[in-house]
Structure formats: structure tokens, C-alpha cells
Write a protein that binds this ligand. Structure first.
Ligand SMILES: Cc1ncc(COP(=O)(O)O)c(C=O)c1O
Length: 480
């Protein structure tokens, strides 16, 4: 965030912003948390926000906005067609990504939907470093498949590899040879790989992967939803980019791709999304679908006020103080927890901290959803909600069998500029207590299980009475 020195005490992450608008939060009593958790079917997505103390579910649409973003929203030009706010955004996108064509969409998954409608056929296979939940669900809905080509190190929770989101180049070459170019609709690169702990991809790897695709005539798509974190990691972990401006790094990345899409809820700290294109034909194919699924092509389903905020948010992504805020807080929280032996995904990435629940609760079987069990336990003892990223986030296969996830994580997202260091320290305190009492955590089973993306609406119950024992111990240690 900053390199201001501390001379009399240990350095801590120093915020380069001040808080001028606040929202009151409350920590409801333990007995109420037990009740609310039960009503929500042990699923953090179904809790009401008013019953949550620190909301670490996601960073999506909940990053703090800046004064400049809020100010810009007042002067929005509301029009169905041809809004001046839209043209400002279009200009900013072209300037940032150096791509000629742009379409807005209401959020990131809407871009994925349009991409899969236009570029996918039923027997295609789409290679990527790693899938994101909505990406894979939409690709499979179009009858195609996903192939993950991540380096092996990316799947190891504990590691010192700086770019765990990299592609395995040998696997990529083999995949292209074995599959044939005609069956590869496009290759997708995910910046700041979400489901493996917000881990970045290096510029070197981006060049290699997209170079191979060019040689083979395969279209390349960047999912830039988590690009801001990835930019910070390229700048700080890749020697050749230390002195380069953030804007120049973005331009070098985007020059590698045919198309780029993003969730504006993440990248621009506002609520929207969009896609840019190098090729006019690709652009027109997608643009023509925008009025059908999103809204007219000069608002794409986004409120015009949010379009203004997206423009400013994108500009602010070029500020190193801004893009470092998440990763630096995440690194600090990861360190505070690993120092006390809590199993974590390392090195810290972007987006949030990730508890490695395979090691946190090794006694809970994958089929009893260890990540979700730790998520419930943490809510009960702290009022903090996070998101399971493991077997529960997978859907069953066609035979109805569980698909066991390669990683069992509890993600505690740190939306940008939202939490203070004392709130982080509260979270660390409760996680350490929970880790010391991990033997009291048990598994969960479904009582209502949707077929698709079950983690959103599914309801579960504890197997046995472990939640009673856990909360009894909590009362004993903390008092009523
Ligand atoms: C990497 C990635 N891609 C796509 C999406 C989907 O974006 P949205 O939530 O705006 O639909 C997300 C959202 O979390 C994401 O993290």
C-alpha cells in the first residue's frame, strides 16, 4: 500500500484512504446466531446481512466506493440510447485495454453467457487455467466441456510459488494436439484465479500461452474480473515489471488477447460488467445479442449511475495504492494465522484469505463438506460469514455421485477498503480459537439440494450434535 517507514514499532499495512461514509454493523448474541444459522440451512448465502457482523462472503459488488465514484453518480446521463455516461465508459475502456470494440453487460457471468452462446458448440472443449463456478456451469449448459491446465503447484495449498495460477505449458501443447483446434472454441485465461485462492498468473506465462494459441489459430479470452490483484502481483513478484506503470502492464496483457471480459462488481468497484474485442466480427456477434439478454447496447442492463462509477473505478485501478490494498491486507491476515499454525493457502493471493479445511478439520469427510462445516462454525463463534470453496461448490455428476473437489477451502473475502485492521484482528482471534477447538467441528448433510450450483440455495443440517458442543465450549470460554 505504501512504503512509509515505522521506526518504533512493527510495520502494519497502512491504509492510503480515510473512511468518510460508514455503515453500522452489529454482532448479534450467540443464541440468535444459532437460530439464524439454523433458519439459513447452514448456508451462509441464505443469512440476512443484518445478522452478519463481518461480511466476508465475497468482494463482488461490495468493495468500498471512493468519493470520486460517488460524486460521478450524481451527474449520470440517464438515457435508454446514447447516454453520455456510456460513451465515457467506452472511451475509458478503449484507453485502458487498447481494444477497439466494447459492449456492456449487467455483470461478469452475463459476458460468459453471451460468449458461450456465440462461440460454443456441443462437443467443444474449452481450456483454461482453472474454472470459475459460473463459467463452467454456462459452458456445460451449452453442451461443451471445460479442461483445466493449471500447473501442479497451483493445487498445493501450501507453496512458495509466486504464480500458482499459471498454465502448464506441456499440458497445453498436449491438449491442443489431442483435441484438435476445431473443437477448441477459445482458450480462457483467468486472472487472479478465484477458486484456488485468488492466485495470479505471470506475464511470462500469459505470453507463452497466448503465443501458442496464436500459432494454432485459437481465440483467446481473458477473464479480467480479478485483474487488479493480478496486476499488483505482476508488479511486485515479476522482476521485469517492477518499474513499469500499471497502465503499461495492462496494455501489455491485453495486447495478448482477442477478447477481454470482466465483472465490474470486482474490477471497477461498482456494479456492472463488460467485454471488449479486437475483431469487429466477434464484437458484432455479441453486440447483437446484448439487447435481447441485457438491455440496449449503451447501458447493457447496468444503471447509468453505476456506469459512471465503473468509469471512475477503472481509472482508480491504475493507482498502486488502490490495487495493493487487498493483497497487502490478505498477506497480513495470512501471516497472523499461519504464525499460529492455522492451515492456509499460501502464498496469500488476492480476493481473500483461504483456510485449508482438509487440514483444518481432517476428521470431516469430503462428502460431509468440511469447508462448509468450518464456515458454519465460524459464523456461530464470530458472526463472520465466508464462502465454502470445495466439494459443496461442485454439483453431483450425471450418476448422482458426489464430485470431490481437489481443494476444500473456506474463503474469507476482504472486499477493498471495507475492513479495518482491528476487524481483521478480531477475525484472526476467532479463527485461532476455532482451530484450537477444531475437534468439536463435524460434518453437514443436505436437507434440500438443488441440481445446479447447489451452494447458492441448498439447505443443510449438522450430522450429530456437534454445533451444540461447539457453542457450549464457546460459552464456557467467552461467557454468555
Ligand atoms: C473470476 C470470475 N469470473 C467471473 C465472475 C462472475 O462475475 P459476476 O459475479 O459479476 O457475474 C466472477 C465472480 O465472482 C469471478 O470471480
Amino acid at each position: 500500500m505504501t512504503n512509509i517507514k515505522f521506526v518504533k514499532s512493527e510495520p502494519v499495512p497502512l491504509e492510503m484512504h480515510k473512511v468518510r461514509i460508514v455503515q453500522k454493523i452489529q454482532l448479534i448474541p450467540l443464541e440468535e446466531r444459532i437460530e439464524r444459522n439454523r433458519e439459513a440451512g447452514n448456508n451462509a448465502h441464505l443469512l440476512k446481512n443484518e445478522d452478519v457482523f463481518l461480511d466476508m462472503l465475497t468482494d463482488s459488488g461490495v468493495n468500498a466506493m471512493s468519493d470520486k465514484q460517488l460524486a460521478s453518480m450524481i451527474s449520470a446521463d440517464d438515457a435508454y440510447a446514447g447516454s453520455a455516461s456510456y460513451y465515457k465508459l467506452e472511451e475509458k475502456i478503449k484507453e485502458t485495454f487498447d481494444m477497439e470494440f466494447f459492449v456492456p453487460s449487467h455483470q461478469g457471468r452475463a459476458c460468459e453467457h453471451l460468449l458461450s452462446r456465440v462461440f460454443l458448440k456441443p462437443d467443444m472443449i474449452i481450456p483454461m487455467n482453472y474454472h470459475f463456478t459460473t463459467t463452467r456451469a454456462l459452458i456445460e449448459k451449452a453442451g461443451a466441456e471445460v479442461e483445466e491446465l493449471l500447473i501442479e503447484e497451483g493445487m498445493k495449498p501450501e507453496s512458495d510459488c509466486p504464480f500458482k495460477g499459471n498454465f502448464d505449458i506441456e499440458k497445453l501443447n498436449r491438449f491442443i494436439r489431442d483435441t484438435g483446434v476445431d473443437r477448441i472454441g477459445f482458450l480462457r485465461v483467468e486472472a487472479g484465479t478465484n477458486l484456488i485462492g485468488g492466485q495470479p498468473i505471470s506475464m511470462e506465462n500469459i505470453h507463452k500461452v497466448t503465443g501458442i494459441c496464436k500459432e494454432n489459430g485459437i481465440k483467446t479470452v481473458l477473464d479480467a474480473s480479478l485483474l487488479a490483484d493480478n496486476l499488483y502481483f505482476i508488479k511486485t513478484r515479476e522482476e521485469a515489471y517492477r518499474e513499469m506503470s500499471v497502465l503499461d502492464i495492462i496494455k501489455e496483457i491485453s495486447a495478448c488477447f482477442d477478447m477481454i471480459y470482466f465483472s465490474g462488481r470486482k474490477l471497477t468497484c461498482a456494479r456492472g460488467g463488460g467485454m471488449c474485442f479486437r475483431d469487429e466480427k466477434d464484437y458484432k456477434k455479441i453486440r447483437d445479442l446484448v439487447p435481447l439478454y441485457e438491455g440496449f447496447a449503451t447501458y447493457g442492463g447496468i444503471s447509468v449511475r453505476e456506469i459512471e462509477a465503473m468509469t471512475v473505478g477503472l481509472e482508480e485501478t491504475l493507482d498502486e495504492d488502490m490495487i495493493s490494498q487487498g493483497p497487502v491486507f490478505i498477506e497480513e491476515m495470512t501471516k497472523l494465522l499461519t504464525d499460529r499454525g492455522v492451515p492456509m493457502v499460501t502464498p496469500g493471493g488476492g480476493l481473500g484469505v483461504h483456510l485449508d479445511c482438509k487440514r483444518f478439520v481432517p476428521h470431516v469427510e469430503p462428502k460431509e463438506y468440511p469447508g462448509a462445516a468450518v464456515a458454519c462454525a465460524l459464523y456461530l463463534v464470530s458472526g463472520i460469514r465466508g464462502t465454502e470453496r470445495g466439494t459443496l461448490s461442485e454439483d453431483r455428476d450425471e450418476q448422482g455421485e458426489e464430485v470431490i473437489a481437489k481443494m476444500e477451502l473456506l474463503r474469507l473475502a476482504l472486499p477493498r477498503r471495507v475492513f479495518t485492521l482491528s476487524q481483521i484482528k478480531y477475525a484472526v482471534d476467532r479463527i485461532i480459537w476455532l482451530y484450537e477447538n477444531r475437534d468439536l467441528i463435524g460434518g453437514l448433510k443436505f436437507t434440500e439440494e438443488p441440481e445446479v450450483m447447489r451452494f447458492f440455495f441448498g439447505k443443510l443440517e449438522p450430522i450429530g450434535n456437534w454445533q451444540d458442543k461447539l457453542t457450549e465450549k464457546f460459552k464456557k470460554d467467552f461467557g454468555e
